[in-house]
Design a protein around this ligand. Structure first.
Ligand SMILES: [Mn+2]
Length: 256
């Protein structure tokens, strides 16, 4: 099981949030991760990565596979120089587990976690849990999150699990292509319920369509942000003492 970091970590300082890095072993995504870590280090910030950090992750055996060795080295290096890194696993990397944490020093959250930033309660998740209208997906998600799947993933030979992961990915792309936007839209009542419960800000990724919306008082009155996928232009959200700002690493890369 993922190590839970549930509970309200009250934290001061600078926080950077990014989602959907979709690291694929290629240089472009890896260099962008490097730039994000460099930025976090320069700002003395903690880094919160909201899922689909890896385009696919087929369990602890992936640690031995050369595909992500340099990415893992970058994450390990970040933690080693004092950048706290938290990952909330997404639908593509839900098999990230305690072995990954031990190997990298990255903290893992469960499905969702909460953080207090500048006095505000911030709810962090990948976002796939908000796709409740998607009954088939949620059924598949429950199946994939069963302990037996984790057990299998840590005991099957890497080649077999790798082939399974690739097949799953093809399946998921095939299914997503047929879905209409309505089904893929985040479920408002689920988010409003969090606001009603006292959450001030809900941040997620997953939907691949950026959004920044203030809910009405009748819907709990919080702020709902879907982050632009980091993989597009290196987008990240920055919070410092209640001040929020949006950035893109690509602009800095182009200026360099
Ligand atoms: Mn996703």
């Amino acid at each position: 099981m993922a190590e839970s970091t549930e509970g309200r970590g009250a934290s001061s300082g600078v926080h950077l949030f990014a989602a959907d890095l979709h690291l694929d072993g290629g240089e472009v995504s890896r260099e962008r991760l490097r730039a994000l870590i460099r930025t976090a280090h320069a700002e003395g910030a903690s880094l919160h990565l909201l899922g689909d950090v890896f385009h696919y992750w087929f369990g602890p055996r992936h640690l031995d596979h050369p595909m992500f060795h340099r990415e893992l080295e970058l994450l390990r290096g970040a933690v080693a120089i004092g950048v706290p890194v938290l990952i909330v696993p997404g639908n593509r990397d839900f098999l990230l587990d305690a072995e990954f944490s031990r190997a990298t020093g990255v903290r893992l959250a469960a499905d969702a976690t909460e953080l207090v930033v500048g006095g505000e309660r911030v709810h962090l998740s990948h976002g796939d849990l908000f796709g409740v209208a998607d009954v088939r997906y949620q059924r598949m998600r429950r199946l994939l999150h069963a302990p037996v799947v984790r057990w299998l993933a840590s005991h099957l030979p890497a080649a077999i699990v790798g082939a399974l992961a690739r097949r799953l990915r093809r399946h998921s792309e095939h299914v997503v292509a047929r879905k209409d936007a309505e089904v893929l839209a985040p479920d408002r009542p689920s988010i409003a319920a969090l606001f009603t419960d006292g959450v001030d800000v809900v941040i997620c990724g997953h939907f691949h369509q950026a959004r920044d919306e203030r809910f009405s008082p009748g819907e709990g009155g919080g702020r709902f942000r879907v982050l632009e996928p980091f993989e597009d232009h290196g987008y990240y959200l920055r919070a410092r003492d209640g001040e929020w700002s949006e950035h893109r690493l690509a602009a800095a890369e182009e200026a360099a």
